[in-house]
Design a protein around this ligand. Structure first.
Ligand code: ACO
Length: 325
């Protein structure tokens, strides 16, 4: 019996030109390259130029994904942009991306699940494609976290960076076996009791300002590994796959210690971990598609590979998704 699956046709990424190293940061706040690398694995981050918006990053990443997929942009009838740093309160950054790509049909909207945004976005697009109302989707993670950082707060400003990544998905009938390509399952979770552990202290309805990112880093760290492991285990149970079946583990890139701790708890071979946190820092919703694009570009992820994605972030939100490339 055939089944409709959301198959990845292509992926792409974009990083702003300006690179800010740990040593650069140590000139403005009381920190050091040694502290940042030891606690997080981060060595540098990219920062958007003045006048370079989240939509611009998203358009560039989407253009690369469309070129990689080899499809006509007009054939894309669904655009989901996962972001916590939209150009404006409204309209959605997704319509600016749609306009920038010259696409005039279909639907485009933003989705906000902070660092879990790309996993939530992929799962949402997958659900909509499986209704058969839409045929081809662009799922983009795009962020300019540099605009919401308090650059005097060393406990947060060293952790984040700007960037965007995107995938093109197409609804395709698959045989309905374990060898199917496309999204095989997803698990999404939120728990608002933790909403003040990682938040932005401003917003249109509360302060009328944009605000700055605030975080209880230790608390986030304390919950991250257990939450991630839970949804990954559920995704395995749902599909019948086990940890040895996966070819690549592409986690949200927040902190190398969280990535390694999750992999260790799940029993994932370190050789299967795709990590870009050293070069990109935490780019929130953009981090997974940036890592996917890097692992595609260097030939690691190949057609037919089983890929495990997971993320955890503000809310808290967390999720896992299994797909065959
Ligand atoms: N440079 C130098 N010293 C620093 C810095 C810095 N950038 N930041 C904090 N410190 C100091 C603190 O002031 C503290 O000093 P004190 O002992 O004199 O008070 C000391 O370092 C230890 O601080 P902790 O916060 O306890 O350090 P910890 O080992 O927990 O590391 C970190 C902090 C890296 C933020 C860690 O808690 C962490 O990784 N948490 C997860 C947070 C995360 O990744 N968030 C991303 C968003 S959520 C997500 O995407 C999953």
């Amino acid at each position: 019996m055939s089944i409709l699956r959301s198959v990845v046709l292509g992926c792409g990424a974009y990083l702003p030109k300006r690179i800010l190293s740990n040593d650069d940061l140590a000139r403005t706040v009381d920190t050091s390259d040694e502290w940042i690398v030891q606690r997080t694995g981060i060595r540098q981050r990219h920062v958007a130029a003045p006048g370079e918006f989240t939509s611009h990053l998203g358009i560039a990443a989407a253009g690369a994904a469309i070129a990689d997929a080899g499809v006509d942009p007009q054939s894309i009838d669904l655009i989901v942009v996962a972001t916590s740093t939209p150009d404006n309160t409204f309209p959605a950054t997704a319509v600016s991306v749609q306009d920038g790509l010259g696409i005039t049909g279909g639907a485009a909207f933003d989705l906000q699940a902070v660092c879990s945004g790309f996993v939530f976005g992929l799962a949402t697009a997958d659900g909509l494609l499986r209704t058969r109302e839409f045929k081809r989707a662009l799922v983009i993670g795009a962020e300019t976290f540099s605009r919401i950082l308090d650059w005097t707060d060393r406990t947060t400003c060293v952790l984040f960076g700007d960037g965007a990544g995107a995938v093109v998905l197409e609804g395709q009938d698959q045989p309905g076996t374990t060898e199917d390509r496309g999204v095989l399952t997803s698990r999404l979770r939120s728990d608002g009791r933790y909403k003040m552990k990682l938040y932005v202290d401003g917003g249109p309805s509360s302060t009328g300002t944009v605000g700055h990112l605030r975080m209880e880093g230790r608390e986030v760290f304390r919950h991250a590994v257990a939450m991630i492991s839970d949804v990954v285990t559920e995704a395995f149970r749902e599909t019948g796959y086990c940890v040895d079946d996966i070819d690549w583990f592409v986690p949200h890139q927040a902190n190398q210690r969280i990535i390694d701790g999750s992999a260790r708890k799940l029993g994932i071979d370190p050789k299967k971990i795709v990590s870009t946190v050293d070069r990109h820092a935490n780019t929130s919703a953009a981090s997974i598609p940036l890592a996917l694009a890097a692992a595609r570009a260097d030939g690691r992820i190949k057609h037919g590979d089983l890929v495990l994605l997971e993320a955890m972030g503000g809310g808290f939100t967390w999720g896992a998704l299994l797909l065959r490339w």
